[in-house]
Design a protein around this ligand. Sequence first.
Ligand SMILES: [Zn+2]
Length: 257
Amino acid sequence: MPENKGKNFGKYFTMSFDDGITQDARIMDICRKYNVPCTFNLNTGLFGASWTWVGEVLGKLGLSHQRFTKEEILSGIYKGFDAEVHTLCHPSLGCDCGTDKERVIAEVGQDAKNIEDLTGVAPVGMAYPGGREVDTSPFVIRTIVENTPVRFARLAVSQEKPEEFALPDCFMKWYPSLAVVEMARCKDLARRFIDAVPADRDLLFYVWGHGYDLDSENLWYDFEDLVRMLAEAESVRCVSNAEFYNLFKDRIPSVNF
Ligand SMILES: [Zn+2]
């Protein structure tokens, strides 16, 4: 008899947005409207920073990348949402931190502590700043898991086959399905996800991005449509990253080396 026979499998939709920028407020308005949870990854060493260079790099002069201030976060901007780590100052943990263990611990552990102090909820996860493979070395992952409360971490690299809606193999190398800037693909996959039948395993659809992506590519209408579609699908359970982690932490390891 197949091991999974008789089990009920679910379909889970989760999202996360990086950097703690002012566009997050509009994302949260949309999420509240449809009662959909969302995760936000914050840099507590960069309160109030304005990164005009992001628009320059993207060829979108004038694009806003303005982080919330400490006072705004203390006032409860993210209340009701999942606030997780994105490090203090957004270094590449693989390139900028090298093998500086203390710096990795400070960037991740202190950010987690600050978020707990600001929101009253202790983070259990993060998104790697930059989010490349190089940032997920065994040294980096081991340092984080052994010295901080962080137990899941998302890359900025999409899965090779997002149409399979696979769960992560291990939580510290959590590959999302798609970036929100790939909106046409996101909406196409969302439709396929809603129609999919989880016959022999659980399914996960994970969209990540930055609030500025929605400004930059004029995607707010499509983003709301995406959220509405998934919220209204009775077969889909919408969860924050932390909720998903807590549901699956006994079945999926944080580290697999
Ligand atoms: Zn970032």
